[in-house]
Design a binder for this molecule. Structure first.
Ligand SMILES: C[S@@+](CC[C@H](N)C(=O)[O-])C[C@H]1O[C@@H](n2cnc3c(N)ncnc32)[C@H](O)[C@@H]1O
Length: 482
């Protein structure tokens, strides 16, 4: 799937409904309770095997009963989740809720099976995020809060009826968004928090939003007052989250929230910058005609993973913090040969590295990743001069010299080498894709550095620039060699 296509659909590629919209007719055959809400349009188009929405049946998304039944059936069929929510409560659109869960999974970038601890602020009657999150990720443990008694009671019974003991639901009686009970255990650390706050500041705000909306929601968006309205609207809510996050710092690794209005994204980012929180990232979730946004920030020095940054639309790029991904293109026969050269260069720079997940086709991988940890800046001109002088006179290894004369630094990054079907440089544009395929020696690759840990962006960039220049020098001397 090309990046362009991804941005158009807006749905996360790990979302089970990505390029696979629900078939209402099939669903109604499986669950007769849905049948009264599904219409089959007997138009000529739909009968001619055109797999448009007509062929899958039609549901009136403005009918709360239809929407709730659809939600029940999708959860039952695709996640074995049995839900029960009051008709007047917010009915969670499942594909959209999954987009947020998939993005959190990207942010955590967890290759191990270690337990992941998360918080869902304002879980609602459905308890939807914990139910979906823990159903997809057996290693997730979630605490869910809400201020509303009825929502808490339904959320508890939804967790219970699904026999999920990895979800704890607690009423928040305080005015804090992160109530004290979350941190009672001094040792407790959370990997993330998520939140779908009430979007609006009052009834008028709801009306204004419905009338002037660039992206009208395709489904009825009804809920109780607590679900829809909060003092100051969503921006005030998320600003309070930011303020409280300053107090709790790294006890939560990633603070995240969804935002219902595009303008709120700018307001929240401006606020993060005012608070000098520059380790943040954002994304767009799209389902049908409805767009939602999400923002994540951290008080730690671990950066958002590469995958979590892939779904930022072009319009949003200008809002992102300084680039965390730097790349260049190079020639080489295979990903493996390029990776070997990269490993040699990293060894020479005393940069520790270990292999990350390879692309699935392991025989001829089209992409490989190295996780790199730097303990000294060995590449600056000054360091190289010191190292050359000290190594020439003594009997110590370069590593021993570096450890004794260079100050420690904190910098981690991933190096990703992938096969590029087409080069972007003018020189390489002339090579057609077919030539590349026919003659692998002419293949073009992308070497990509993703900054993962550290506070000094200049250090990351200088490491990348030095690596690139050495790599290109080595390549051209190899080409010149007889
Ligand atoms: C838009 S609803 C989201 C419900 C559910 N998470 C979902 O996505 O469908 C917002 C929820 O936040 C709750 N809420 C509002 N202020 C809160 C606070 N300070 N702490 C916890 N929950 C809060 C509301 O009661 C409501 O259930």
């Amino acid at each position: 799937m090309s990046k362009r296509k991804l941005k158009e659909t807006g749905m996360h590629p790990n979302n089970p409904y990505f390029n696979n919209p629900p078939d209402f007719i099939a669903l109604a055959q499986l669950y007769p309770s849905l049948a009264p809400f599904v219409t089959v349009k007997k138009s000529s188009e739909s009968l001619q095997g055109n797999p448009g929405s007509d062929a899958r049946g039609i549901i009136n998304f403005q009918d709360p009963s239809a929407l709730r039944e659809l939600t029940y059936c999708l959860l039952r069929k695709d996640f074995s989740i049995d839900l029960n929510i009051p008709l007047d409560s917010l009915c969670p659109p499942i594909p959209n809720r999954l987009n947020y869960i998939c993005w959190i999974e990207d942010l955590l970038d967890n290759e191990s099976n270690k337990e992941i601890h998360g918080i869902d602020i304002g879980t609602g009657a459905s308890c939807i995020y914990p139910l979906l999150g823990c159903s997809r990720n057996k290693n997730w443990r979630m605490v869910a809060t809400d201020i509303d008694d009825r929502s808490i009671s339904f959320a508890k019974s939804n967790a219970k009826r699904n026999h999920v003991d990895s979800i704890k639901i607690i009423k928040n009686n305080s005015t804090d968004i992160f109530p004290a009970f979350l941190f009672e255990d001094y040792e407790q650390r959370y990997d993330f928090c998520m939140c779908n706050p009430p979007f609006y500041k009052d009834e008028q705000d709801i009306q204004d939003s419905l009338e002037g909306k660039e992206s009208q929601p395709s489904a009825v968006c009804k809920g109780t007052a607590n679900e829809m309205i909060t003092v100051g609207g969503e921006t005030q809510f998320v600003k309070q989250m930011v303020d409280e996050s300053v107090i709790h710092g790294q006890r939560i690794c990633w603070y995240t929230s969804m935002l219902g209005k595009r303008a709120s994204v700018d307001t929240v980012i401006t606020y993060l910058k005012e608070k000098k929180i520059l380790n943040y990232t954002l994304t767009t979730f799209r389902q049908g005609r409805t767009s939602r946004w999400a923002i994540a920030w951290s008080h730690g020095n671990t950066h958002a993973s590469r995958t979590s940054m892939q779904h930022i639309s072009n319009k949003m790029i200008k809002l992102t913090p300084p680039k965390k991904i730097l790349s260049f293109q190079c020639e080489g026969s295979t990903v493996e040969t390029i990776m070997h050269s990269a490993e040699d260069l990293l060894d020479a720079l005393l940069i520790k590295h270990r292999s990350g997940a390879a692309s699935p086709d392991t025989e001829t991988p089209t992409a490989r990743v190295l996780h790199c940890t730097t303990e000294r800046n060995t590449w600056s001109r000054a360091s190289r001069r010191v190292l050359a002088r000290e190594c020439a006179t003594g009997s110590k290894t370069t590593k021993e010299v570096a450890d004794s004369v260079l100050s420690p630094v904190v910098l981690e990054f991933d190096v990703r080498v992938s096969l590029t079907s087409q080069s972007t440089s003018a020189e390489t544009q002339s090579s057609s894709t077919s030539q590349i395929a026919a003659n692998p020696a002419q293949a073009f690759h992308t070497v990509e550095f993703t900054w993962t840990v550290g506070e000094d962006r200049d250090l990351f960039e200088s490491c990348f620039l030095h690596f690139r220049s050495k790599f290109q020098q080595d390549q051209s001397s190899e080409i010149r060699a007889p």
